[in-house]
Design a protein around this ligand. Structure first.
Ligand SMILES: Nc1nc2c(ncn2[C@@H]2O[C@H](COP(=O)(O)OP(=O)(O)O)[C@@H](O)[C@H]2O)c(=O)[nH]1
Ligand SMILES: [Mg+2]
Length: 361
């Protein structure tokens, strides 16, 4: 999963990015944290279930699931026309599975706002307009090409041109591609559009407003609800501070502020929901590990995410709920207690399943 972080300059994108990728590193010493590129980072997904499994089974290694983040700087008004290297940045967004749209919801006279004052709705609109214009350009170019080709009288091309026209009108009306009703002829086009990607709004508030929000974050929540998008509230500055603290101190600090979990956890949960992802585990003495697959994935597909040999030579999967495995303390004991079932290749994997794949190659 790759998430692109967008937003106006100075809203806190890089602070969010740094704290997310750093908290991942702090969370798991075993995960080989790498920064391939200053703007590309890998974050380990915090998961209490994995912690419990690794603890109960005394695993030598704990490997969390990961999310890739890209800090996409440089989106400004006019980006879709190439201003501020706009096109280059927009290209990065096209490669992501989802978009995290950071909106400034904190006041600080030391941090310059590019348009004068804190204005979440206006800021979000500026960015959304650029993304929409970029998509409109993509669709118009494609429409032009298809219309020309359709002059030959090809019925399929004519239908595609008509569908593209309808999509263009939808975008021209100011609506993102993600609210466009499904159309099979446009599947490929829609995949290449930025506004077709799921969006998670991130209301970046000051530390005092994390627990209850403020009038700015309320605006962002309203905006997200109107679009059928998700919104999370976090304080980038607080996140970057707690990323530096040992876990117990971080927890104490959060409690003091009246916050239950770090913003990153809520962020990841929302992102999983948004993308229709679920987590399953493999667990043993050697290693306990979290894996991410799409909802509806079968046991065989899930096995394939571990290793292609496991998919090719799949025989069956031993499956147990993570709680039962933790309670039993070992896979063998869980089997003795009949907490492990045998499932076939088409079994739809459930969130929290712990699996042992039997295969033969
Ligand atoms: N007061 C305050 N300042 C913040 C917060 N988040 C970020 N900043 C500051 O805002 C400035 C811009 O942040 P940065 O992450 O570089 O923004 P970007 O341009 O969107 O990447 C930096 O000086 C940050 O320290 C916050 O929650 N509260
Ligand atoms: Mg930045």
């Amino acid at each position: 999963m790759k998430v692109g972080i967008v937003g106006l300059p100075n809203v806190g994108k890089s602070t969010v990015f740094n704290s997310l990728t750093k908290s991942g590193k702090a969370e798991s010493q075993n995960y080989p944290f790498t920064t391939i590129d200053p703007n590309l980072g890998v974050a380990a997904v915090p998961d209490e279930r994995l912690d419990a499994l690794a603890g109960a089974l005394d695993s030598r290694r704990k490997v969390p699931a990961t999310v890739d983040f890209v800090d996409i700087a440089g989106l400004v008004r006019g980006a879709s026309r190439g201003e501020g290297l706009g096109n280059q940045f927009l290209g990065h967004v096209r490669e992501c599975d989802a978009v995290a749209h950071v909106v400034r919801c904190f006041e600080d006279e030391n941090v310059i706002h590019v348009h004068g004052g804190v204005d979440p709705t206006g800021d979000a609109e500026t960015i959304n307009t650029e993304l929409l214009l970029a998509d409109l350009g993509t669709v118009e170019r494609r429409l032009e090409r298809t219309s020309k080709a359709a002059k030959s009288g090809d019925a399929k091309l004519r239908a595609e041109a008509a569908a593209l026209e309808a999509l263009r009108d939808h975008l021209s009306g100011g609506d993102p591609a993600r609210t466009y009703p499904g159309d099979d002829t446009l599947e490929e086009t829609l995949r290449s559009l930025i506004t077709a990607k799921p969006v998670l709004y991130v209301a970046n508030v000051d530390e005092e407003s994390v627990a209850d929000g403020n009038r700015y974050s309320a605006e962002v929540e309203k905006l997200a609800a109107r679009e059928g998008a998700e919104a999370v509230r976090l304080s980038a500055r607080l996140e970057s501070e707690i990323a530096e603290l040992p876990e117990s101190e971080a927890r104490e600090y959060l409690e003091m502020l009246g916050v239950e979990t770090a913003g990153f956890e809520g962020f990841v949960r929302s992102a999983y929901r948004l993308l229709g992802l679920l987590t399953f585990f493999t667990a043993g003495e050697k290693e306990s590990r979290a894996w991410t697959v799409r909802e509806g994935a079968t046991a065989r597909t899930a096995a394939g995410s571990i290793h292609s040999d496991m998919e090719r030579g799949f025989i069956a999967a031993e499956v147990g709920d993570w709680r039962d495995i933790v309670a039993a303390g070992s896979w063998a004991k869980a089997k003795e207690e009949a907490k492990v079932r045998l499932e076939g290749r088409d079994y739809p994997v459930k969130d929290g399943d712990t699996m042992l794949v039997r295969f033969n190659v």
